[in-house]
Design a binder for this molecule. Structure first.
Ligand code: HAM
Length: 415
């Protein structure tokens, strides 16, 4: 019987896994320098956690969630994103009692039943960050700048930062009305989903992927024209701050994002090298969500980046994968035993050591060392054991030398 992985999921193995580790390490450093501490929320939540926050009319809730009843009959969902679980945790654990702002970072798999294609998976991995308790545009600028530095550290300097403001509960209703008015006469040309969206949430028409709807919305009213004074000021200040700290950005007035919880600032980081699924990170402010979960009025902002998309961008710049420091080629049973001891001591000190397969030819062993990319080969045979000295070869440049067996561990431990 042959098994294959579930459609839309992927295995991550070397050498890609080293890129993943590098991204995680850089994220820990850069997010850490901005004060974001790690949180590890669970992968499953009660379904309502997502329905209420992401929105009943969003694509995610309407068609993409992995939802099942557990044996107790409770509706459970594998998280399609990380913000709602963190808000749930923030409220449930009264984290708002800690000094504000509280800043968290997280990473892990998310699940969405989408049509798999390049850059779009059913299980994908996000690295996200959420900051609670700060209403000012300063934190918006900080979060966006954090992403800029993060990508910069990874050598990705040419990504595009798009920002927008989508207003708040005061000004959004007028914008929704304007959209309703605009699309009302065109309902016959909208897709069936959008006809429904027109009634329940016309904003969602703006991220419909059906070509006819995309065409139809070209002249739709833009949210920027409907912002209230406070939202307008917030956005203007944010742009000023981004200029001040020299984050290059473009305003994309038609970016509304596909999740319902956003207020005011939204942003996306895109790459032209990625094809249709070009957003490598995205986020925004969600000032009403903590309250909706039963917590105190707490402004918040965050983002998540898509690991698989990021790794695709990094593949060209992949650093060399780790390789053994030394491969101990051995001939004869005493050499096999001695090789085992040397390797064990080196490994105990965190030095990657490999030994040749007992009984295999010297030529075969050297070939294997080369395949593994070992830095050195150490040659151990009867003669070496007798004389207490063994020869080594550095594979990269062919340099050769000798080392006393009594000092061999020190020799390979050194940098
Ligand atoms: P999102 O835009 O749905 O936002 O996802 C963020 C990023 O996750 C995307 O830009 C993309 O890189 C990656 N992504 C999303 N779906 C897939 C997929 N099916 N396959 C591969 N990668 C994918 C959120 O999830 C929000 N929770 C972000 C946020 C945090 N907003 C505020 N705080």
């Amino acid at each position: 019987m042959k098994y294959s992985a579930v459609k839309g999921v992927q295995d991550v193995f070397p050498p890609d896994v080293y890129l993943w580790q590098r991204v995680e390490a850089v994220a820990a450093q850069v997010y850490g320098a901005f004060g974001f501490q790690e949180m590890r929320p669970p992968i499953m939540e009660f379904t309502d956690v997502f329905v209420r926050s992401i929105g009943e009319t969003s694509d995610i809730v309407e068609k993409e969630m992995y939802t099942f009843d557990d044996k107790g009959g409770r509706s459970i969902t594998l998280r399609p994103e990380g913000t709602a679980p963190i808000v749930r945790s923030y409220v449930q654990n009264h984290l708002y009692n800690r000094p504000a702002p509280q800043k968290f970072r997280y990473g892990g798999p998310m699940f969405r039943y989408e049509r798999p294609q390049r850059g779009r998976l059913r299980q994908f991995y996000q690295l996200g960050a959420e900051a609670f308790g700060d209403a000012g545009p300063e934190i918006d600028a900080e979060v966006i700048s954090m992403l800029r530095h993060f990508f910069g550290r990874l050598g990705l300097g040419s990504l595009s930062f798009e920002i927008n403001s989508i207003g708040d509960s005061r000004c959004r209703p007028a914008y929704k009305d304007a959209l309703k008015g605009f699309f009302a006469g065109k309902a016959g040309s909208l897709c069936p989903d959008c006809v429904r969206r027109l009634e329940v949430n016309p904003l969602r028409i703006l991220d419909c992927k059906v070509p006819g709807c995309i065409e139809l919305r070209k002249d739709a009213p833009v949210v920027g024209d409907y912002l209230c004074v406070e939202c307008r000021e917030h956005f203007a200040k944010l742009k000023g701050l981004l200029d001040l700290i020299e984050v290059p950005y473009v305003v994309n007035p038609s970016m509304v994002r596909g999740l319902d919880y956003y207020t005011r600032t939204t942003f996306e980081v895109t790459s032209r090298a990625l094809g249709a699924q070009n957003a490598v990170a995205a986020g925004g402010r969600y000032d009403g969500l903590v309250r909706e979960f039963g917590g105190p009025d707490t402004p918040a902002i965050g983002f998540a980046l898509g690991m698989e998309r990021l790794v695709e961008l990094l593949r060209e710049k992949a650093p060399p994968a780790p390789a053994p420091r030394v491969f101990i080629a051995n001939l004869g049973s005493d050499a096999v035993r001695r090789a085992q001891v040397i390797a064990d001591r080196l490994r105990a000190d965190g030095v990657w050591a490999e030994t040749g397969a007992p009984g295999s030819s010297l030529r075969g062993q050297v070939k294997r060392a080369d395949k593994l990319g070992a830095e050195y080969v150490l040659f151990l045979g009867e003669e070496e054991l007798g004389s207490g000295r063994a020869g080594w070869k550095r594979l990269a440049d062919g340099a050769e030398g000798q080392v006393a067996l009594s000092e061999v561990e020190d020799f390979f431990r050194g940098g």
